[in-house]
Design a protein around this ligand. Structure first.
Ligand SMILES: [Fe+2]
Length: 302
């Protein structure tokens, strides 16, 4: 392991370049940015999924709560199923929030032919991705692709006495689906590899938290799609230091999902995902373990 300076257009930060045998199978290289110590409220979110209306609302929430852009951190998949990938990337860039690479950004950066979720061939998610991924590719400007190429694989920061690492799927595989029901030893391996007290993760689309042995796995959820709970609301999380201790809270967000749905009314995007924006119910649960699948439409168990 060695250190070098990485200039991502933000302040120069120290980065760890890990051995390639630890790099996830979808990421060439493994850029790990250290943001140093952060203070004040921190806004955590993931999965914007090209949903411009959701990103606009989240930015308004951050501004209303006086959360600085550099304290707004995304777990990746800025681009995804919805209608406005170019507008979303440009707004994200103008806002100045921070993000790691999701599997979608890695595949876009590398000019790949699919979203990198490793969906089973012939599955519904695989078929849908053959629509939305080429659509997103066709819409993104060089400026947006250049921005995506600046994003690191992982971020570290210190907050309220905790060492926190931000990953997309998990530390070893950007496309790993880690749920609350995922066995703790799988999560534990991530804490051991990163040295983190808290891992902030995304990718699976569901908000949850789990604490064990002084370690915390926190998924703030995604803002670009509902959480399969029967509500069009979406999820994010806030970190705060209270009386010197680390605290996190999960939050739902109302936004203009009817407009996001209307923007998806074209022949190039899966209408099943457009409907999910309104119903809050996923088209299918083929990626979900039995526990999470059984909760469809029954609300979120945090
Ligand atoms: Fe993802």
């Amino acid at each position: 392991m060695f250190n070098f300076i990485y200039d991502s257009g933000m302040d120069k930060t120290v980065v760890n370049q890990l051995e390639t045998n630890q790099a996830s199978k979808h990421s060439s290289g493994n850029i790990r940015v250290n943001l140093g110590s952060l203070s004040g409220k921190i806004l955590l979110f993931g999965g914007v999924y090209s949903n411009l209306q959701a990103l606009e609302k989240l930015k308004q929430i951050a501004e209303a709560q006086n959360i600085q852009p550099e304290n707004c951190i995304c777990t990746g998949d800025i681009v995804g199923y919805c209608a406005q990938p170019e507008e979303v990337v440009q707004l994200f860039k103008i806002w100045g929030a921070k993000s790691i690479l999701g599997n979608v950004e890695i595949q876009l950066r590398d000019g790949a032919e699919d979203c990198g979720c490793d969906f089973r061939k012939g599955s519904r998610c695989d078929g849908f991705s053959q629509m939305w991924f080429p659509y997103a590719q066709s819409k993104l400007s060089k400026s947006s692709l250049d921005f995506i190429a600046t994003l690191p694989n992982h971020m570290d920061f210190r907050f309220a006495g905790k060492d926190i690492t931000v990953v997309h799927g998990d530390y070893f595989n950007v496309s790993e689906f880690v749920y609350k029901s995922t066995d703790w030893p799988i999560k534990q391996a991530n804490f051991e590899a990163t040295g983190a007290d808290v891992i902030v993760a995304g990718h699976c689309g569901l908000p949850f938290n789990q604490e064990k042995d002084g370690k915390t796995w926190l998924n703030p959820g995604v803002i670009g799609m509902p959480a399969n709970d029967g509500s069009p609301q979406v999820w994010y999380a806030i970190l705060e230091e209270q009386n010197g201790s680390f605290q996190f809270t999960h939050h739902t967000m109302e936004y203009n999902y009817k407009l996001a749905n209307a923007k998806m009314q074209n022949d190039f995007l899966p209408q099943e995902y457009a409907r999910t924006l309104i119903t809050g119910i996923w088209d299918n649960t083929e990626i979900l373990p039995p526990y999470e699948s059984g909760l469809q439409g029954f609300g979120i168990q945090l």
